[in-house]
Design a protein around this ligand. Structure first.
Ligand SMILES: Cc1ncc(COP(=O)(O)O)c(C=O)c1O
Length: 401
């Protein structure tokens, strides 16, 4: 070792259980190709179409941005309470009442730095070494890593199209053992855009409750629901259900880093204690801006956007079908289609690489979302304009013949 060179510091063993976030790694490949000749207009190239990113193409509406500007101009940038601005907790509670017909005490709502911090806080509060938590495979990759970061074990239970790619109550019962502490679900789900039906969710909550466990439901895509048979919050099933939510998706505020938890009353104080120590508070600027999300003009804008997402789904899913990339379960929410590649390839990773190079279209191979369906499926995000989506589908069709 040369003088001055440092040995790499020893890292904690828990890092061995955290896989790379392949969505991000794949995005790097797409960006590399985007800088090469295939995408260079002076050499006849065309731009890369990014359908791999789980982020709305819309940004925060004008009223929300104006509220942020007013907040800055007035210098309202000090810390808030760890649980968030009381006015914002109240506005979220009122939103549950008007949109979902649910009475949620503002005292159960804790604002966080995105759903990511919400998941981290709740996992740290509940899980530890030796515990097991059940999740469906496929599911949002970070969710199992939030569990792993507490030294608990995330048990991925293979789901299938019959259960809408979600855990069923029967699976929860079958996989429960003395170490199991609960379930971590997402409805609607990333990567499939599919929800757990209300009666099945009720059976899951009852099964978990009967075993003394916790039901955590990541409802970050609940605002983006397109089917009246779904789109209900699991909070209706009792005060013991924990809901994770965010301003990132329906409210189009990804980079503002703001989300929230709805907790059983007895968990508020422990989570507040953790939040005070780990985060102090979520972004003050984002919280002041988010108050404007609930003004009627903003909600009207968000509803127009929800309709735009639904219209895109209605173009994308049948088009994928025609391309030989069927979507076994129609997404009822979010902005993802989970398509079966088996007619064209043995490996969704290889197919996605091919489409980046030959079609200049970036999609996400299944690998991120768990091993059960990794090779056979890919995720297309339709959080892009209809024009871009149609262009991408056309290009994919040319490559696949
Ligand atoms: C299911 C799910 N949960 C949580 C998150 C994290 O969201 P946030 O931006 O609120 O941290 C995402 C982001 O894509 C997601 O898809």
């Amino acid at each position: 070792m040369s003088a001055g060179a440092q040995a790499a510091p020893r890292t904690a063993a828990r890092l061995d259980r955290i896989e790379p976030f392949w969505v991000m790694e794949f995005a790097k490949l797409a960006q590399q190709v985007a800088q090469g000749p295939a995408c260079d207009p002076s050499r006849g190239g065309r731009s890369m179409l990014y359908l791999n990113i789980g982020e709305p193409d819309f940004t925060a509406p004008e009223r929300v941005r104006e509220a942020a500007q007013r907040c800055l101009a007035a210098g309202h940038t000090q810390y808030t309470q760890a649980t968030g601005l009381p006015a914002l907790r109240g506005a979220i509670s009122a939103w549950y009442a008007s949109r979902f017909g649910l009475a949620v005490d503002p005292g159960r709502i804790v604002l966080t730095a995105g759903a990511s911090a919400a998941l981290q806080l709740v996992c740290l509060a509940l899980f530890e070494r030796g515990d097991e938590v059940l999740l469906p495979d496929p599911s949002y990759p970070c969710n199992r890593h939030f569990v792993a970061a507490t030294d608990a074990h995330a048990v991925l239970v293979p789901a299938d199209a019959h259960s809408r790619w979600q855990l069923s109550a029967a699976q929860v019962e079958a996989h429960w053992n003395t170490a199991t502490r609960g379930v971590l679900l997402a409805s609607p789900s990333n990567p499939t855009g599919t929800s757990i039906a209300a009666d099945e969710m009720a059976r899951i909550v009852a099964a978990v409750r009967a075993r003394g466990g916790v039901t955590i439901v990541d409802e970050i895509y609940l605002g983006l629901s397109y089917d009246p048979r779904f789109g209900r919050s699991a909070l209706a099933l009792g005060d013991d259900v924990i809901s994770v939510n965010s301003f990132s998706k329906y409210f189009s505020m990804t980079g503002w880093r703001l989300g929230w938890l709805v907790l059983p009353p007895a968990l508020v104080a422990p989570v507040e204690r953790l939040a005070q120590n780990l985060f102090i508070c979520p972004s003050t600027l984002a919280q002041h801006a988010a108050l404007a999300c609930f003004e009627p003009e903003s909600i009207a804008e968000y509803e127009r956007r929800r309709e735009a997402f639904r219209a895109r789904r209605d173009v994308v899913v049948p088009a994928l079908e025609r391309l030989g990339l069927p979507v076994p379960v129609q997404p009822d929410g979010a902005f993802y289609a989970w398509a079966d590649v088996s007619r064209h390839a043995d490996s969704s990773w290889a197919l996605c690489e091919r489409l980046i190079h030959e079609a200049q279209v970036a999609l996400t191979p299944g690998r991120d979302f768990g091993p059960a369906h990794a090779e056979r499926h890919l995720r297309l995000s339709f959080a892009s304009s209809l024009e871009r989506l149609e262009d991408a589908l056309h290009r994919i069709g040319r490559v696949l013949g």
